[in-house]
Design a protein around this ligand. Structure first.
Ligand SMILES: Cc1cc2nc3c(=O)[nH]c(=O)nc-3n(C[C@H](O)[C@H](O)[C@H](O)COP(=O)(O)OP(=O)(O)OC[C@H]3O[C@@H](n4cnc5c(N)ncnc54)[C@H](O)[C@@H]3O)c2cc1C
Length: 406
């Protein structure tokens, strides 16, 4: 039961805690990062299983996120990029829809107007132009409503919403009602317009690992049990005294430790399969025009060959619920137009606390200062995303720096 003293203690080494620590470290302020689990990254970790890189829940990194550009050496991540397009699996064929500038192959299916009428294309174009142009404040200052309302107001037809936008966005939000804040939808859409979703060559876990490498140390297997102004107690009975304490845990633990409101959670499950050969030689996300049960799938080894051993392929499949693996294989067989019945399962991740729900009105800059030298950060303070987590960590660190006069 040791006693320690430092300037700042940060509880949690997910992206928010790491962003806070990196910002303080760059400003020359000593801080200790205490992490409950056996490694850094929180919800952004990658396991290596039989030579396959399995992200703990399929997710993508968008290099256009401002906080990524500020805090991360993107070049060093050696990103593989998805096409800015989706394959839409219908009953008889799989259409390709997307940005024709970098996916010229998409033009044929766009012109065929199978899912988007001319009016839908005009509505989506106008929405995209409005969201892409101007400063982010233009989005934040607009009225917030559900994403479904926003799409309807933009003039998109029922068919376009039900066959493409709902299936695609439910994989992004981990909820299919499209009840997520339209502000968040517009921020995400803006980032898709500005840059292609990507995967780091060594897996998503390389993102937090890169941040952690720039820090002197992170104390792993060190759960924080209680927090009071200026004092942190760990589960091992150690006590840390500090001028500032930053609670950078997930929202539910932050509610327990720091008394902030607990978020509701959207959940999801990801399966990984190793088919004998790649079922689709394209780096693209595939969605189901029928809306499930698999929300989205992709051959991740087409995006980053490093996700599979040489010559092998890795397919991810994500759903909002858990499903029998036979149902997942059946859905994949339909989506890739192949027999997936015997595809070997390499891993499965069920994530109950995936994303804090963001119903409107969603405050994108929640207070990080709790008073008495206590601060809080995490995606539940901004948006449920890599950007939100990193930005909240940076905001908390800047508040600490301002209050300590550093
Ligand atoms: C399946 C899935 C898909 C996603 N897809 C995307 C995507 O495509 N794009 C995107 O931008 N975002 C995506 N996200 C969201 C993004 O991953 C999260 O918003 C972000 O990683 C949250 O980071 P955080 O630091 O706020 O929280 P966390 O990652 O939860 O980190 C909290 C840390 O605190 C630690 N901790 C908890 N309790 C304690 C304690 N008592 N003491 C010390 N440490 C503690 C935890 O172990 C953890 O390391 C996805 C998330 C999931 C789960």
């Amino acid at each position: 039961m040791a006693r320690h003293e430092t300037d700042v203690v940060i509880a949690g080494a997910g992206l928010a805690g790491l962003a806070a620590a990196v910002t303080l470290h760059r400003a020359g302020v000593p801080c200790a990062v205490l992490e409950a689990s056996d490694d850094v990254g929180g919800r952004v970790r990658t396991d290596v299983v039989d030579g396959f890189r399995l992200d703990r829940g399929f997710q993508v990194l968008n290099p256009a996120y401002p906080a990524i550009r500020r805090l991360v050496d993107v070049e060093a991540l050696r990103l593989g990029r998805f096409w800015r397009a989706v394959r839409v699996a219908g009953d008889d064929r799989v259409a390709l829809l997307g940005n024709p500038i970098d996916t010229p192959k998409a033009v044929r299916d766009i012109v065929a107007r199978r899912y988007f009428s001319a009016k839908d294309l005009a509505a989506l174009g106008a929405l995209s132009a409005r969201v892409a142009a101007g400063p982010v404040h233009g989005i934040l200052d607009r009225d917030d409503r559900t994403t479904l309302d926003e799409l309807r107001r933009a003039g998109l037809s029922e068919r376009a919403v039900e066959t493409v936008l709902r299936p695609f966005l439910s994989g992004v939000f981990l909820e299919s009602g499209l009840t997520t804040s339209s502000r968040f939808f517009q921020l995400v859409w803006r980032s898709f317009l500005r840059s292609a979703p990507s995967l780091p060559a060594l897996g998503m876990g390389e993102l937090p690992r890169q941040l952690a490498r720039s820090l002197p140390a992170v104390r792993k297997n060190t759960p924080v049990e209680a927090v009071r102004p200026g004092v942190v107690r760990t589960a091992t009975g150690d006590t840390w005294t500090a001028r500032a304490v930053v609670v950078a845990t997930d929202g539910s633990t932050a509610a327990r430790l720091a008394g902030v409101a607990e978020p509701k959670w959207n959940s999801g499950t990801t399966w990984y399969f190793a088919p004998p050969r790649s079922p689709l030689r394209e780096p693209v996300i595939v969605i189901d025009a029928r809306g499930g049960p698999v929300a989205s799938t992709s051959v991740v080894s087409e995006v980053c060959p490093t996700y599979a051993p040489p010559g092998a392929a890795l397919v991810s499949a994500s759903a909002l619920t858990t499903l029998p693996v036979t149902d997942v294989r059946r859905a994949l067989g339909r989506m890739y137009r192949t027999d997936a019945a015997r595809w070997p399962l390499v891993g499965r991740y069920e994530i109950a606390r995936g994303l804090p729900a963001m119903p409107p009105p969603h405050d994108i800059r929640r207070e990080v200062r709790l008073g008495d030298g206590l601060y809080v950060c995490g995606d539940h303070r901004d948006t449920s995303s890599l950007q939100g987590a990193l930005a909240s960590g940076r905001r908390a660190a800047r508040a600490v720096l301002a209050d300590l006069g550093s």
